[in-house]
Design a protein around this ligand. Structure first.
Ligand SMILES: [Zn+2]
Length: 338
């Protein structure tokens, strides 16, 4: 799991915020109860006085007058506090410290030396990855569980391989699952998914994104247009105050970068160079890149450069989807039903 410093700081800030919210709420509850239950306020004052007496007794020097012992032990006071709360219709633990996670008491860390990350920390990481990927909602709908092979016809034969669209898609689905399974086990982390418009390439990138985020990987999802827009903003610094953590940190450091619809942006020398630099640095750093495109390798070479095309051939698993435009099929099916 790759977590950049900025991402780590963001998570720690969430814990800080959680603790201060809980402490405010605890304070509010105290005031509420002290107002409604005077005996509870008196007990609280007694507890404070008793604590002071104990401190004074422990500091007493030989020959000094003895400090009178408090007439209730802390355990007795606690018992009485709980009884008073119950008698007044509150839960006995109403004034206890409030924690979202009892295991780590909202610190994010557990263990003897407080060095082990709590399970809630891992959950916070996943939530952050989802937020930063910009895909939270769509992934609830588009994932491996909802992938529907019935959109790929058995009687539609690919002239290049002689196999049906359904068969080919099943293979692609298996490759995608394997890609996720082997992501941390030495599998090729780079995949180029190509095929005509509407055959489910974007859906498949969503399946992979969800699978990897659920297994605690940082995933950045971007359309190629947004990607180059962002890279240009960094390169040319139109706005000197702009937050560039996305292009500076998240783009090179995320475990997986998904570029959707490569080739739909306006290509020029800048896009070619920045794409090559980005792919190269990610490959060298062992980070994964998943690209979907309507273009074939030869067309990618024409749109960008030879060296980008050879990067794809040399470092990416090439996966082709073949079928009919699913959006067209859906609109025909719904029109018939309507
Ligand atoms: Zn925890």
């Amino acid at each position: 799991m790759g977590l950049s410093n900025a991402q780590y700081d963001r998570i720690m800030k969430i814990y800080d915020q959680r603790r201060s919210e809980h402490s405010l709420e605890q304070q509010r509850r105290k005031e509420e109860c002290y107002q409604k239950i005077p005996a509870l306020r008196a007990l609280q004052q007694e507890v404070v006085q008793s604590a002071l007496s104990r401190v004074r007794a422990s500091l007493r020097k030989a020959g000094e007058a003895p400090v009178p012992a408090p007439h209730r032990s802390p355990a007795q006071a606690e018992k009485l506090r709980r009884r008073l709360l119950l008698e007044n219709g509150y839960p006995a633990d109403y004034l206890d410290p409030i924690y979202s996670c009892q295991k780590c008491k909202d610190t994010g860390y557990i263990g003897e030396l407080g060095k082990k990350r709590c399970s809630c920390f891992q959950e916070a990481v996943i939530r952050l990855f989802y937020q930063q990927s910009g895909l939270s909602e769509v992934l609830q709908l588009e994932n491996f569980d909802s992938f529907d092979l019935s959109w790929y016809r058995e009687d539609l034969i690919d002239p290049r391989t002689g196999r049906s669209s359904r068969d080919l898609c099943e293979d692609v689905l298996n490759s995608a699952r394997q890609y996720c399974r082997l992501f941390d086990q030495g599998g090729n982390r780079n995949m180029l998914l190509f095929g005509p418009t509407g055959v489910g390439k974007t859906f498949l990138t969503h399946c992979i994104a969800k699978e990897l985020m659920d297994t605690r990987h940082s995933v950045i999802y971007t359309s190629s247009q947004d990607l180059f827009d962002q890279l240009a903003r960094e390169q040319f610094r139109y706005d000197p105050d702009e937050d560039l953590s996305f292009s500076r940190e998240f783009l090179p450091e995320s475990d997986l970068l998904i570029i959707d619809d490569l080739g739909t942006e306006l290509t020029n020398a800048f896009t070619s160079t920045s794409l090559f630099t980005l792919l190269n640095s990610r490959i060298q750093a062992g980070k994964g890149t998943l690209i979907s495109t309507n273009l074939r390798i030869m067309e990618l070479r024409d749109a960008y450069t030879d060296r980008i095309a050879s990067r794809f051939i040399g470092s990416f698993t090439l996966v082709r989807l073949f079928g009919e435009d699913i959006r067209c099929q859906k609109s025909t099916r719904f029109a018939r039903q309507g």
